[in-house]
Design a protein around this ligand. Structure first.
Ligand code: NDP
Length: 259
């Protein structure tokens, strides 16, 4: 069954990997959202060629937005640009997908690596959610909005990972001893729980989602999942979110992951 995601959607880090596939499947869906904002650091640069071609093909649907999630000025400007185009000033779904990984054992990891990854993977989603909150609140409180929480009303999905699960660490650590990445995503999980508690009074559903181990620049060629499979599952999960999923961490098949 095709995922039902309507209204307006913003995806960060959408020029390659999972972000690009999210924009592709959203725009090519039989029942696409009304507006897709594709955030990317350098929309005119060589790394955004595929995204530009996709946006060209779906001109009425996709708006490219210059957005560096580690830069407050860039986030503020992106919110201004998106806000000016949003119908009723309402953003229904924010997908915080942009992230970096600097693989590092304890010996290889220093302050610089920890801070850089934390800035992108944890601080970025926090600043983004804060900046776009007025639009998410508008969406949740539209006169015609559903009373049920869902991605069609107002939601924030933080793209996290199984290897940020503290409980699963004994099983996952030795296969991927990535200090900066694991710690930053575990912090993203706590950010998710805090936002989920804070924003449920506004009708905004916040949760975290693990896309699986996926063949991308980050996941590497040995990953078992294609971006197509991962994103198909991910969009199905997002489209079926309801109140009971507030503050959860689910995988791309909808299975719960312990914190
Ligand atoms: P990629 O490395 O393939 O792509 C990362 C994307 O994030 C790129 O578009 C990159 O843009 C963007 N990005 C990085 N830093 C910034 C920034 N400061 N501002 C804006 N955009 C930025 O990663 P994936 O597609 O594999 O990962 C997507 C998400 O899925 C991430 O959150 C990741 O942690 C998560 N994930 C991935 C897994 C996998 O196996 N692939 C497993 C579990 C989770 P640019 O081209 O400009 O660098």
């Amino acid at each position: 069954m095709a995922a039902k995601i309507s209204g307006s959607v913003l995806v960060t880090g959408s020029n390659r990997g999972i972000g690009l596939e999210l924009v592709r499947q959203l725009s090519e869906s039989l029942c696409p959202p009304n507006q897709i904002f594709a955030g990317c650091r350098d929309p005119n640069g060589p790394k955004a060629k595929e995204l530009r071609e996709l946006a060209q093909k779906h001109q009425r649907l996709i708006t490219l937005v210059c957005l560096d999630t580690t830069n407050q000025a860039s986030i503020t400007e992106a919110a201004r640009v998106v806000g000016a185009k949003l119908k009723d000033g309402s953003l229904n779904l924010l997908i915080n997908n942009a992230a970096v990984n600097i693989p590092g054992s304890l010996a290889e990891t220093g302050e610089k690596q920890m801070m850089e990854v934390f800035q992108t993977n944890t601080v970025g989603p926090m600043l983004l959610t804060k900046e776009f909150l007025p639009y998410l609140r508008n969406a949740a409180s539209q006169p015609g909005a559903q009373s049920e929480m869902s991605c069609r009303r107002s939601a924030v999905v933080n793209v996290s990972t199984l290897i940020a699960s503290i409980e699963k660490c004994p099983e996952t650590f030795h296969g991927a001893p990535m200090y900066p990445y694991r710690v930053s995503k575990a912090a993203l999980n706590m950010l998710t729980r805090c936002l989920a508690e804070d924003l449920k009074k506004d009708g905004i559903l916040v949760m975290a989602l693990h896309p699986g181990w996926v063949k991308t620049d980050m996941g590497g060629p040995e990953a078992p999942l294609s971006t197509e499979e991962s994103v198909k599952g991910t969009l199905n999960v997002i489209s079926s979110l309801s109140e009971k999923h507030v503050g959860t961490l689910l995988d791309w098949e909808g299975k719960g992951i312990p914190w």
